[in-house]
Design a protein around this ligand. Structure first.
Ligand SMILES: Cc1cc2nc3c(=O)[nH]c(=O)nc-3n(C[C@H](O)[C@H](O)[C@H](O)COP(=O)(O)OP(=O)(O)OC[C@H]3O[C@@H](n4cnc5c(N)ncnc54)[C@H](O)[C@@H]3O)c2cc1C
Length: 433
């Protein structure tokens, strides 16, 4: 069969690999000038690293297996990391039980309830019953109102921005599982992995394998239309021409797919369009000083225009960045937020001013370089009832399939889950032959 794949992010590339490995013919179409999607690298001054930050958690078995398959295991490094918490006054460590006990915003009983919540959530195996409840209701029930306001809400805002208030309990339970799973040993010390060079070696190795296996890869070639071919299969119009495929797999976000295929049944197109996604504006900063030394610093102060400080150099080591420090400042937003239209200079100015609120001794000249990344569609909002709205793989157009990250349920968006989805979807497609 000839498969067409729309999107050359980790999901599309891994799907393509599984299909060529099974002897199928594959043509892949990527709109951007380079492969990788959200995992693409870029240049910041003389540093080449990910446009968005990526770490590997200990439980990311599918991601680690793919790295091994591609001969990249020896590039994975593991480090103990730390987490901080900015409460509007100061950065506080949040690593050990004793740190929680010291948090001034929570009373002793709240802290014990928070600790019990973490242990409870990390042991849950079936998250389905939590789909019907908001994270706010569930966590308030378990940790109390102060636990929600003082700890859980800021942590969720770090992942979902304003959508924190509509997130399902299943989503936060999956995040706790992933991050608690990153803590090792009896002392539960946080430990994350990274690939030397960021996500670029993975993307490059996937592309190399695909080329060697004879896949046709189009880059800088957005698909503009998909329609059923009268003789069977699906026609693909893309920047470099037209192709006919027996099956087309769309890995792009659902609202974009709805716009690409006018032949989708109206009700289905409406369902794809109405699935709510969230986007991100994220600054990458190269600094001549560290920002607290933790990999993640969560922020409760609403005046700071980003929700977390991610200090990549605290994980990967500043020597890798020429003795400088690489940090990311993410701001999660609805896809139609006005911030997407603001200039890079304006956004960077607001972000650096926000950073100075957290670090009053930070001088502008200590920010040696910055860049702003934007993506309107990062993940489908994991709101209550999301599982029921997940699109089925087969669509109403014969031969057209959806395989995208909105189908990842009970998990935080990660390369691991993209790889798992690719593996499972390829197996299902091959079984359909
Ligand atoms: C801020 C941030 C932090 C993250 N942190 C981590 C982390 O620490 N660890 C981790 O494992 N994961 C992390 N992730 C998640 C990880 O990056 C994603 O899970 C993964 O990259 C998603 O891959 P994808 O292929 O599903 O989507 P995408 O990467 O979005 O790929 C979709 C592709 O489709 C293309 N496309 C869209 N429309 C068209 C069209 N019409 N024609 C052709 N192509 C089209 C796009 O250009 C894009 O390349 C993070 C993501 C973000 C944004």
């Amino acid at each position: 069969m000839h498969y067409g794949i729309v999107g050359g992010g980790v999901l599309g590339l891994t799907l393509a690999l599984r299909l060529v490995q099974a002897g199928q013919r594959v043509s892949l179409f990527e709109a951007a000038p380079a492969f990788g999607g959200l995992a693409e690298g870029w240049q910041l001054a003389d540093v080449y690293w990910d446009r968005y930050y990526h770490v590997i958690a200990g439980g990311d078995a599918a991601h680690l297996a793919l790295l091994a398959e591609l001969g990249l295991s020896d590039r994975v490094q593991w480090r103990r990391t730390r987490t901080n918490f900015f409460d509007g006054q100061m950065l506080r460590p949040l690593n050990h039980a004793i740190d929680y006990l010291r948090l001034p915003t929570l009373g002793l009983l709240d802290k014990l309830r928070v600790a019990a919540t973490i242990i409870h959530a990390s042991r849950l195996t079936d998250l389905t019953p939590l789909e019907a409840q908001t994270a706010q209701d569930w966590l308030t029930q378990l940790s109390g109102a102060r636990g929600w306001d003082g700890l859980w809400r800021p942590l969720l805002r770090g992942k979902l921005g304003p959508n924190a208030d509509v997130a399902s309990a299943a989503y936060i339970a999956s995040v706790i599982r992933r991050f608690y799973g990153a803590r090792e040993g009896a002392a539960k010390k946080e430990c994350f992995g990274f690939v030397e060079g960021g996500s670029t070696p993975l993307v490059a190795a996937l592309v190399e394998r695909l080329c060697a296996a004879g896949a046709t890869l189009h880059v800088g070639s957005p698909v503009s239309k998909l329609w059923p071919s009268p003789g069977g299969g699906v026609c693909v119009e893309h920047a470099a021409g037209r192709a006919h495929c027996d099956r087309v797999l769309a890995t792009c976000p659902t609202p974009l797919l709805a716009a690409l295929c006018p032949d989708l049944p109206a009700a289905e197109a409406e369902r794809l369009r109405s699935l709510r996604w969230q986007g991100i504006v994220c600054a990458s900063l190269l600094l001549d000083r560290p920002l607290g030394g933790a990999y993640m610093s969560y922020i409760t102060d609403d005046r700071v225009p980003f929700t977390t400080v991610i200090e990549m150099s605290s994980l990967a080591g500043s020597a890798r960045f020429g003795g400088r420090h690489l940090a990311y400042l993410p701001r999660y937003l609805p896809t139609d937020a006005a911030d997407f239209e603001r200039s890079d200079e304006d956004l960077a100015d607001g972000f650096i001013t926000g950073l100075q609120r957290m670090f009053p001794d930070l001088r502008r000249e200590q920010v040696l370089a910055w860049r702003i990344a934007r993506a309107r569609h990062v993940l489908a909002v994991p709101e209550v009832g999301h599982r029921d709205r997940v699109p089925a793989m087969a669509t109403g157009v014969d031969g057209l399939f959806v395989v995208n990250s909105s189908q990842i349920v009970d998990a935080a968006l990660s390369i691991n889950d993209s790889v798992r989805l690719a593996d499972a979807s390829a197996a299902r497609l091959l079984a359909l032959i």
